[in-house]
Design a protein around this ligand. Structure first.
Ligand SMILES: Cc1cc2nc3c(=O)[nH]c(=O)nc-3n(C[C@H](O)[C@H](O)[C@H](O)COP(=O)(O)OP(=O)(O)OC[C@H]3O[C@@H](n4cnc5c(N)ncnc54)[C@H](O)[C@@H]3O)c2cc1C
Length: 403
């Protein structure tokens, strides 16, 4: 009988293992992949944004499920930074308030952390794919040597969501938990791209082009930033920031209309006056370029208009530039998303993140039903929930197995 088993070697599972080992508990951590922390390492490739330095109340307001905010009280952005510093990794705050490790990468942090975990007695078993429970309640793992059965006093599940399957988290756990009576909200893409119907001409000309310095409005939420035109539609940070409300609108109405302000620095009236200047023999493209500085992909988007307007009417044209409608039809597949919405419902968990239907089994990380935009919010909540689940498992062992 093993004392504590953690399944899943992402940030949430590793944090739970650290808490357990810190209390002198023997921990066996299992992961399906040949190495742990693969998604964490990928998150570090474009610049690891680990948390955010904005005031705590603003920070917690970014999470869609308020329950997750409670988990951040003891281990929020500042405590996470202190924890990283204790690993010998420096952090800095970028101009947007986002916090990064000084080297911008995840690998040095993961290396230092794994070294510390192994030194504290955490046994890491890779290539062990969990397959649910057998009839006796033992955990089932498929290994290269065949199937094994593991009995444990307490278990932390930190299996991740359902995006980027090739990195290990595939959402296969959903029916196993549902069969035990656990409420699991279906996994859905979050921080994802969306599809729309581009004309063949626009797609061929502009797919892959960034659209910089624009504002996106959806569901009364207007934010500035940039996005990318893709073969299928749009993606990028500005789109991810609205992905939850866009996904909800598509679920409710079959489509979502977003509005793009192509020139957020120019007032509509000023634009109207500029566009009212005589065009003479100049083409519309030339007129837009000269009077509104609109060219390239932005001018292409304007011409792509899914609802036609009179391009010779300066007022209509100015209004269109400031509020260009784009109809989004569906989210890109979950596998392509940065993260997942849905997962184990908080109603199925107690305040220690223990499953009420499975006493002694705790859950943490992205497999829980919460979502947040990119900006370090995802990782912070994974670390914090891993810590709470680990502490819950410690208490469970103290109360039930060591009397
Ligand atoms: C491209 C990309 C960029 C990102 N950038 C950022 C960023 O900059 N900032 C940020 O905050 N977040 C970012 N994220 C999100 C962040 O990486 C995840 O939210 C986080 O890794 C989730 O942690 P987790 O521990 O819950 O799950 P995961 O990291 O997914 O780990 C789950 C682990 O469980 C294992 N597992 C799953 N099923 C089984 C099974 N049946 N048996 C055994 N093991 C199993 C998997 O192999 C995996 O190792 C990014 C994600 C992606 C895809």
């Amino acid at each position: 009988m093993t004392q504590a088993v953690v399944i899943g070697g992402g940030p949430a599972g590793l944090m739970a293992a650290e808490v357990l080992a810190g209390h002198g508990i023997s921990v066996d951590l299992f992961d399906a992949m040949p190495s742990v922390g693969r998604k964490f390492l990928l998150a570090g490739i474009g610049g690891m944004n680990i948390t955010h330095a904005e005031p705590f109340d603003d920070f917690v307001s970014r999470y869609r499920n308020n329950t997750i905010a409670r988990l951040l009280n003891d281990f929020g952005p500042q405590q996470l930074r202190d924890w990283i510093h204790a690993l010998g990794i420096e952090t800095f705050v970028g101009s947007s308030g986002r916090v990064f490790p000084k080297e911008m990468k995840a690998a040095p942090l993961l290396r230092a952390w794994l070294h510390r975990l192994r030194s504290s007695g955490v046994h890491i078993h890779t290539r062990h794919r969990w397959q649910g429970w057998d009839e006796s309640g033992a955990l089932l793992f498929d290994t290269r040597e065949g199937r094994i059965h593991v009995q444990a006093d307490t278990v932390v599940l930190a299996l991740g969501g359902g995006s980027w399957k090739k990195l290990g988290s595939d959402g296969a756990w959903q029916p196993w938990l549902q069969a035990k009576g656990v409420s699991v909200k279906p996994l859905a893409p979050s921080n994802c791209g969306f599809e729309c119907e581009w004309s063949a001409h626009f797609r061929e000309r502009f797919a892959g082009e960034p659209v910089k310095n624009v504002a996106l409005l959806h569901a009364s939420n207007r934010q500035r930033g940039e996005f990318i035109v893709t073969e299928h539609g749009i993606e990028g940070s500005l789109v991810y920031a609205h992905s939850a409300s866009i996904r909800d609108a598509i679920a409710a109405h079959g489509k979502a209309e977003i509005r793009i302000d192509l020139l957020p620095n120019v007032a509509e009236e000023k634009l109207r006056t500029a566009l009212a200047k005589p065009r003479g023999s100049k083409s519309l493209s030339e007129h837009l370029r000269r009077q509104a500085k609109l060219k390239g992909v932005k001018a292409g988007l304007l011409r792509e208009g899914q609802v036609q307007i009179d391009y010779n009417n300066p007022a209509a044209l100015a209004q269109r530039i400031k509020s260009l409608p784009i109809i989004l039809l569906r989210a890109r597949p979950l596998d392509e998303a940065i993260s997942s919405a849905g997962g184990v419902a908080f109603e199925s968990l107690d305040e220690n993140l223990m499953l009420e239907k499975l006493p002694g089994v705790f859950c943490a990380g992205e497999m829980l039903d919460w979502e947040a935009p990119t900006g370090g919010y995802l990782l912070t909540a994974c670390f914090a929930s891993g810590r709470i689940a680990g502490q819950g498992a410690v208490r469970w062992l103290q109360q039930h197995k060591r009397k």
